[in-house]
Design a protein around this ligand. Structure first.
Ligand SMILES: [Zn+2]
Length: 118
């Protein structure tokens, strides 16, 4: 039985605006999201305060969304420091295939016995 599903790989990149940065961001700094993993280029760093603003959106951005959903079209997150001009662009850069059975111990029927609607 095919139990595969797809998620988008994401790239999160620091972009500039017309206002200066307050935090330690550098334009062009980035990391990737691959499945459950955040993948940083070797030797890079990323503000934990900024990361806290970005993290809640990543699982939704990884998933297929309706073309009319704002999650499909909106790509920029503001730095949580209101005086900082940095923005973070989330780009879908590809799709990756996963197996349900390799990502959870919960059966496809779900924990409440409800069958998955395919
Ligand atoms: Zn900032």
């Amino acid at each position: 039985m095919d139990d595969t599903f797809e998620l988008y790989d994401l790239k999160v990149e620091v972009t500039a605006t017309d206002r200066p940065f307050v935090c330690s961001h550098r334009e062009g700094d980035f990391f990737y999201v691959q499945g459950e993993n955040l993948v940083f280029p070797e030797g890079s760093s990323f503000s934990m305060y900024s990361l806290s603003a970005i993290l809640p959106l990543l699982p939704a951005k990884q998933r297929m969304t309706d073309p009319h959903d704002w999650m499909s079209t909106d790509a920029y997150i503001a730095c949580p420091d209101p005086n900082c001009g940095a923005r973070f662009r989330i780009t879908r850069v590809g799709k990756r295939t996963f197996s349900h059975s390799e990502t959870t111990v919960v059966p496809l029927e779900g924990e409440d016995g409800t069958e998955e609607q395919v």
